[in-house]
Design a protein around this ligand. Structure first.
Ligand code: SAM
Length: 267
């Protein structure tokens, strides 16, 4: 699928199932993913760490990140994005592109780090709560959840646009950034943000939510990514008993227990 036809797109998942206008050009996309991989790498505990990047997008710098981990699992809900990941990484050592069932089939208490960057704004509270329980179940007792690029309650589309322009100015893609904002304005993005929703959290709100799902949260001094107004948080499983994934209906019903190598999606 290529670019969207405006009227057809009714959900975020449909939005992510085609080429989007959120990146100004190839340079913007490369710089974005390179910075993200550097930021994530700071939280990967060791060269043998098992890391899940949930909602990874095209993950252009995954190969670099994977060199510092034991296994890097990439999961994106969009089949369109996953087909790109498979094309890019199916032959790359230590990278596993997961399909839905394989995500649920990751062994409990087996991950050192779960990353969700620029994801939770596109999820309803119910979806996020279900994912927090899933991540909590999959993380080792001493693992960590890194949630980055969380928009604050007071954030607006105009402020996001300005932040992109500043990034474009500093990184020599200002004109492309301007043009992409015009494309985005006429794309379904603006309408979806208004009608479907764009979740925002204060530091207190995200910390409290994480606390209710068995995590102890620590807000990081700075976000991962170009937008310094957004939040990033690292959350560690707290001492409370591990929550199960019963309310993550599909996973529980699948009853999958796949060995990791068979999680690898094939072309
Ligand atoms: C803004 S992109 C972020 C990509 C990358 N993490 C980054 O920071 O650049 C959001 C991605 O999340 C994916 N996504 C949305 N909802 C999801 C869900 N419930 N589970 C997994 N991926 C999801 C979309 O398909 C899209 O690729």
């Amino acid at each position: 699928m290529t670019a969207h036809s405006q009227a057809a797109v009714a959900s975020w998942l449909e939005f992510w199932s085609a080429d989007t206008a959120i990146y100004a050009n190839a340079r913007h996309k490369e710089l974005h993913y390179a910075a993200l991989a550097r930021g994530i790498a700071e939280h990967a505990p060791s060269k043998i760490a098992r890391v899940l990047d949930h909602g990874c997008g095209e993950a252009l710098s995954a190969a670099t990140l994977a060199r510092g981990c034991g296994a890097l699992f990439l999961f994106d809900a969009s089949p369109y994005v996953r087909s790109k990941l498979v094309a890019l990484f199916s032959d790359t050592d230590r990278i596993f592109v997961l399909h839905d069932g394989a995500l649920c089939g990751i062994e409990d208490a087996s991950l050192d780090l779960v990353v969700a960057a620029s994801l939770i704004q596109y999820l309803s509270q119910a979806e996020l709560r279900a994912l927090l329980d899933l991540w909590r179940a999959k993380l080792k007792a001493d693992g960590a959840l890194l949630i980055a690029d969380i928009p604050a309650p007071q954030s607006t589309a105009v402020a996001d646009a300005l932040s992109l322009l500043v990034f474009g100015l500093r990184s020599r893609f200002f004109v492309a950034a301007l043009l992409s904002l015009a494309r985005l304005y006429f794309s379904p993005y603006r309408r979806l943000r208004r009608d479907v929703g764009f979740s925002r959290y204060s530091a207190a709100e995200i910390s409290a939510l994480l606390g209710r799902h068995g995590f102890e949260a620590r807000i990081l001094p700075k976000n991962i990514g170009h937008d310094s107004r957004r939040l990033a948080v690292v959350a560690k499983p707290s001492g409370a008993s591990k929550r199960q994934v019963q309310d993550f209906g599909d996973c529980a019903a699948d009853g999958l227990a796949l060995a990791v190598p068979s999680c690898k999606e094939t072309r």
